[in-house]
Ligand binder design. Sequence first.
Ligand code: ATP
Ligand code: MG
Length: 353
Amino acid sequence: MSAFSPLVFSGVQPTGNLQLGNYLGAIRKFVALQESHDCIFCVVDLHALTAQLVHKDLKDQTRSIAAAFIASGIDPKKHIVFNQSAVPGHAELAWIFNCVARIGWMNRMTQFKDKAGKDRENASLGLLAYPSLMAADILLYRGTHVPVGDDQKQHLELARDIAQKFNSDFSERIAAAGLGVEMMMGEEKVNGYFPLTEPLIEGPAPRVMSLRDGTKKMSKSDPSDLSRINMTDDSDTIARKFRKAKTDPAPLPETIEGLAGRPEADNLVGIFAALADRTRQDVISEYGGRQFSEFKPVLADLAVTVLEPISAEMRRLMADPAHIDAILRDGAARANVIAERTMTDVKEIIGFV
Ligand code: ATP
Ligand code: MG
């Protein structure tokens, strides 16, 4: 085979309410990419166990992520929407990748350090191995492009390292089995089985920060609800959260350079730009010199305009869980066809009888 066919893969964990960062950093990009690419979007429920084992209602959390995908505009008939645990290949390939990846690689991951906190010995083994499962998620479909927020950049580099080590450790077997795909490694043309995945991170808000602390990422698992805008917050809650958002006392700067060293101001300008589909420069040109007391209500209105139709559609979909389950089941069946093909090749390459 010459060259990998382009395929977009991405996942979201069912660890709580979707927040604005998930939408701007990931889901909105999914919606745009489905026009030009074959896409697979996954609710990564196996990942949801890594930081917290027991969830109050994992089924509902899973359905609500799927509902958010569909409510945002993803077409589950043209593309594939499913939950990870329904396709066994994810866990199977992750095991093989656990044996490809090195412990040193995992120990360098900043998400592990952040999520494990001070008591690292007490973190789950799954949390350490998380990036290996993530590499398996993508490479099970030989995904070439992965739209994600900036926080996932390091994990995607690791997925490339895993693909590269697998390709080079097994290069002779891959060639002998006739399973090699032509790929570029720098200037050189080589044969490999797994592509080196490209992250798609660009945009005005690749990393939306917490509304309480401009140096911390907004997360759905943050204990403080005030730190984030949930996709399902009503307009009063959104207005209140932006009003309470931490800022410094100075007005908005007149230039982009003036945002340096002001993480909270920088964050709100980035959120505004992303929601309005404008550049940060454009936002500063219009609002530079204005007080936050003026800017925040406009920002809140803008967020409500974008999020309200999506959350209304999510509520409508969530009223019929059987329908969501049917979509996920259909997606899993189609994903499994591709996954089984990959696992058959991988078992042949490794030498499993
Ligand atoms: P958790 O706290 O459980 O890790 P999360 O909010 O980080 O939840 P994930 O399911 O881990 O959400 O990530 C889903 C997608 O959303 C990923 O592509 C991730 O990069 C993106 N994402 C998460 N938070 C942000 C953010 N604050 N800004 C931009 N993108 C984000
Ligand atoms: Mg996360």
